[in-house]
Design a protein around this ligand. Structure first.
Ligand SMILES: *Cc1c(COP(=O)(O)O)cnc(C)c1O
Length: 386
């Protein structure tokens, strides 16, 4: 376990391994042909890992561009000195256009009204408003529909303040190996790009692959790949795991704030849903709860690691704390656990000795995906970088 500089004011924190982020970035970049750009998605505060620190690490490992979800996320990167192109992965409200122009944050564009206002404001500021054209090829989220694309461009291309720096779509099923819907989206996208070429419209950088697409569909890399989850060391699907080796960057740690040996029958946490079943059960508390991203739906169903071994979390997870049980019975337990004490290190996600609790394990238990797990842990817990 790496030695960490932990926060002085709270016995719960997230540990981010920036070497892992750099390594993953190089591994993903290594999948691309020379000249294919890597756009790193650092939205949602770098999937909970810290956008600025991760962007710097990714930049040093070959990132060409960055993608964010909100205007504020783009501004944060610029204020931190990130100089590479930044794409906002959706269209902003018109009220944010001046901020986009001021900070050189490219919006994704799919309505002509927005595009023209953006061109207007950019021209007024003496700049050219670069944007990426979003195409909806089948995800039904954002983008111009394929049949409307050429007309759309004709309606905005006259504007001197606008420059199409990219044309992209997003796949709904890029993680499936042989998928008809994926092929249909890919086909529609290629047709749109072809139609734009035929109509004499500049398309800028053509891009469509996210992490699973980048790993599974190199034939669709085009000019750039937009990669998120893989850079943080998590595989988007079982299908991608054999193709590239990634190292998870996030661990979640805490220290025991209290450990006692309650009498048999005593209950634990709100609702007393757990009662101490046998003697020699220690109940230990850690100062981390659902407001820190440890979903309450995990109550009584997850493990933590302490002294390199698993211990079952027991009782309902509270907003800011939760409890776990350590069976120290010398007779019953064939692998008797060492008692825990105040200050002992607990791993909620990550490695301790030979044991590990992965983001995939947590996601499976919660019935969600790793993306949500890391975003949630990043929300309130302080991060330390190793
Ligand atoms: C989040 C996002 C990505 C990155 O997706 P990953 O699966 O994390 O690689 C790429 N493109 C768009 C449009 C996105 O919203």
């Amino acid at each position: 376990m790496p030695l960490t500089q932990e926060p002085s004011d709270r016995w719960a924190w997230v540990e981010i391994d920036l070497n892992a982020v750099r390594k993953n970035t190089r591994a993903i970049k290594g999948l691309l042909k020379r000249g294919t750009r890597l756009m790193c998605a650092v939205k949602a505060d770098g999937y909970g890992h810290g956008a600025v620190e991760c962007a710097r690490a990714m930049r040093s490992a070959g990132a060409d561009q960055f993608a964010v979800a909100t205007v504020a996320e783009g501004v944060e990167l610029r204020r931190a000195g990130v100089e590479r192109p930044i794409l906002m992965l959706s269209q902003a409200p018109k009220g944010a256009i001046d901020t986009l122009v001021e900070y050189d944050i490219m919006p994704s564009v799919h309505t002509s009204e927005f595009a023209l206002s953006y061109g207007e404001r950019a021209a007024a500021a003496g700049k050219v408003g670069s944007y990426h054209l979003a195409i909806d090829t089948g995800m039904t989220r954002i983008g111009v529909l394929p049949e409307d694309v050429v007309e759309f461009r004709r309606a905005i291309d006259f504007h001197r303040g606008l420059r199409c720096a990219g044309t992209f779509t997003h796949f709904a099923t890029a993680d499936a190996i042989q998928d008809w819907d994926f092929k249909l989206q890919a086909r529609r996208f290629l047709d749109v790009v072809g139609a734009l070429h035929d109509a004499g419209c500049s398309v800028g950088l053509v891009h469509c692959d996210n992490t699973p697409g980048t790993i599974l569909h190199p034939e669709l890399h085009h000019d750039m790949c937009r990669v998120g989850i893989g850079l943080y060391g998590l595989h988007p699907a079982e299908t991608t795991a054999p193709r590239v080796s990634l190292t998870p960057a996030m661990s979640v740690r805490a220290r025991v704030t209290r450990a006692i040996n309650p009498a048999v029958g005593e209950g634990v946490s709100y609702g007393l849903t757990y009662r101490v079943p046998t003697p020699h059960i220690q109940i230990a508390t850690i100062p981390l709860g659902y407001a820190d991203g440890l979903s309450r739906t995990l109550s009584g169903r997850m493990d933590v690691l302490v002294h390199g071994r698993r211990a079952r979390q027991v009782g309902n997870i509270c907003m800011d704390q939760c409890m776990f049980a350590v069976d120290t019975n010398p007779v019953r337990s064939y692998h008797r656990a060492t008692p825990v004490a105040e200050g002992d290190l607990v791993t909620i996600m990550g490695e301790d000795g030979d044991e590990r609790i992965s983001a995939d394990e947590m996601a499976d238990l919660r019935g969600t995906i790793t993306y949500e797990v890391t975003c949630n842990f990043g929300a309130r817990l302080e991060r330390v970088y190793v």
